[in-house]
Design a protein around this ligand. Sequence first.
Ligand SMILES: [Zn+2]
Length: 408
Amino acid sequence: MDDRLAKQGTEQVFRALEAELRGEDSELYPTRWIDVAAYDPAAQLWIVKGLDLLLRNAATAGPDFDGVRASSLLVDRAPERRFDPTISGERFTYEILTLSGWLETALPAGLTVPAAPALTRLGGIYRPPAAKPFDPDALTAALLPALTERLTEQRTWWADSAEADDPMWLADTARAVQAFVRDSTGLFTGACADGPLNEGFAYDQDVAGASARPDDDTSRLTFLRQQVHLLGRAELVSAGYDHTRMDEAEALDDLLRDWLTDDISLNDLVGDLLGHSPAHRNGPAGWIYLPERPPGAGWGPREAWRPYVYRLMMHELVHRLAHARYIEAVDMVADPQILAEGVVDLLTCEFLELSRSHPELGALVPEDGSVGYGASGQAAAQISDLVGPDNVKAAFFLGRVEFLGISL
Ligand SMILES: [Zn+2]
């Protein structure tokens, strides 16, 4: 390649490689040379070597690989490149394969969509038979008293909470978690070419203390809905709740609004807990709230606090990496917690385990590495056993939900 560049010059080499990678569609699009010409020589070399690398790996790119998009992505992403083709070796290779979208198509090319026996069992997990209609009164009777009791107990943890933890620790750990997840948790995690890990997302700038979480009717409803899904799965099922049935999610929200209106002490309780609870917005942007004040002794030993927050940080970062199509698939399942939280926590536990040997993060890995979210976490583990962990990752990070047996 260096000889060729010396003989032919960058423009001629770029145009030839671009045309070859674009393939038969090449003539439909104007060349991007005009953009490349404006870059400095280091960026131009990165692009040319990247195109050459893609052409040498074209055979394994998978049937969905798009050479037009790939060559364009490299031109667009050159200013943010991290690695130098002449000295960075494998890291340059990985950077090109990621940013061009090559990994996005190459990784799933080796996977198979679940077939008959597994598909039937998946159907049983996604859509358990809910014969009877949703009965809100039955849910109130079965869940509200127990839920209020649990939340009241949680509030006592915070009554004697300690000083806020060092905000620098939160920011430093956020940076370390992001770098670890991007570089050390396998090829799928960062494979989405326009996913947060390749799009300038900075975790440390998006974390905020939970006390800064806005407190309004919507936040309170969201919090209560989360708690109901978290603590009341059995009660939801026995009350006939099915998230995929028309208007049922809305009926549940109506019921929870009634709870909050009719019961002022529940409403206060929710308001008090909001400022201590982690939260995030679905989608590519927005604050990720993490509790910044350690609770009192009723919660547990003080030395367990930072490992607990580290686990939360990992969990919230995994949420942020969910592909938009995966988030759509959440609502296709009768119990949305399975894909929304169960799978997130399954991946969280895998990544936490991988971080045990990390110089900074290793000491923060909680002893108990089991997947949370009760039956939803167990269902996620069953799904992973049925389809294989790579299928779960292709669905989660790349939106290829057909590998979970789900069609949108
Ligand atoms: Zn979560």
